[in-house]
Design a protein around this ligand. Sequence first.
Ligand code: PHE
Length: 599
Amino acid sequence: MAESRSHWGSRFGFILAASGSAVGLGNIWKFPYITGTNGGGWFVLIYLACIIFVGLPILAAEIMIGRSAQKQPVVAFEVLQGKKTGWSLLGWLGMIAAFVIATYYIVVAGWTMDYTLKHLVDFSKPVRAVAIEKSLEYQANESLEAMKLTLIEDRADTLAKPLLAEIENRLPPSAWRLHREFEDALNQDGLDQPASWKKNTLEEKRRNLLINPAMAQAVAQVESLQGALAEARSTAKSEATTEIDTLSADEIRIQATTKFRYGLIGDAMTAKFMALLEDGWTSTFWAVLFMALTMAIVASGVGHGIEAACRVLMPVLLAMMVGLVIYAATLPSFGEALSFVFKPNAHALKPSGVLEALGHAFFSLGIGLGAIITYGSYQKSKGRLFGESAWIAGLDTGVALLACMMMFPIIFAFGQDPGAGPGLVFISMPLAFAEIGSGGIVLGAIFFCLLSFAAITSAISLLEVCTSYLIDRWGWSRGRSTLVIGLMISFIGAIVAFSSGEGFVFSSWTSGFGMNYFDTLDFLASNWMLPLGGLFIAIYAGWFLPKRLRDAEVADEHPVMYAIWLFLIRLIAPAMVIVVLAQKIGLFDANEALYNIVH
Ligand code: PHE
């Protein structure tokens, strides 16, 4: 059996394939938007720390386990322990996570293919034409005063944000939450309220609610800040007024019209994305096509399929990315974007953002589910594993940062909000490309093509974790295993593709779980399965992997490096993951805890 195992053509091939697994939608779609919503700066630094102190050691542990066992995760633990063992459950957890992630990953990946095609056929041309026509009308008919007012309000909102955030930090998050509950209860006469409640006057309701001492305290605290909040808003407003007053009438007309046009194109882009989201058939078509391509690569084998594909796709991806970053560097907003990404901004960062950074580090490196164990098992030579891990993590982080440097200048140049959330890639970017005009269409096609390349090299590894089980455990042929698993993923993927539409089979899902089917899968996999998997992989590699096997894997490493790794994998990595999971179970609230420490 051992001789017939396929292997990578070279160490470089392994590094490319593993970075291909790491670099994916997580880097280009998710990292920029969570950096945006967490205010950049500090968040990025903390993310880097998570990669170095938790991600890197676990990555090395996965390579170590795979290389030593020469088997995929479920089988690997049996080989290493020399018998049937409970650790194999860890392999199963990983396989299930890979399967679950694959089912929604292919749907988003399918959208990137859809958007590549959309840009190739210049889908925003009619939108642009209508927007220009309507904005000319606006420019001709809207009064200067009204234009000025919109600009002032817009600017005031931006200026008020940090001021309001500062005031918000004066109270613990729980006070704001209770106050919100208070207001909701006060204003809502929902069906779940008893009839006697509805009869009460506002004053009576207020009195009833304030019987709860915690709520009474929170309401008093928040109400005592109302003055400060109002003052902050009016300061922002008067500053904005002064600023806008310095503009000439022409400048006001141009700025207001531009803003109006962005609004129109933005609405159209939102509508287009929503239409895709609701169109289960189209989403399924792309997801299945994407899966078929992934299957073709995996079925062709480790060296001739996976490695060969990554050897082509990864350099092309990097080249396209560098090209777009160079374009972004020519925009006047490049400096603003750089300082947004790299300049620490303490206001926007919340401790829960720190926890989000750790969770994302797992997803982005693709660790915790055994993909790297599987890839490591196709490695023959005992190359320096810390060096290899550093390369993989370095490329992954580099691409995530490049993605920010490519997207934020474009986002800022066209007046978009960096904190727009998940729609950043599918709404804000197409808007910007449309504004650039016909050149933007080319940039857009490159951008989405790059995203689909990144996605496919990751999807390959997700599929490979499951496929390799049938090969290593049941002795199936690669072709047959790929086909069976691929069809299963496509089938569930189709359900995901339909899950955002009306009349979805599981439409009762949302009410039961408080989020839709798609988000439930993502939540389960990236918030629970990966960190849990990573935790146990760290514990296994640090404490249970037989010492002689571990020593054999690190024979070429510097003893100091080995000692550092052992310290991180035994104590730091598990401790950090446990803190994150404890917060998720609700054992404590990170934002609240920090407030109490500081005050
Ligand atoms: N790392 C990939 C990304 O950032 C996703 C992935 C997760 C791939 C887990 C493999 C395993 O998009």
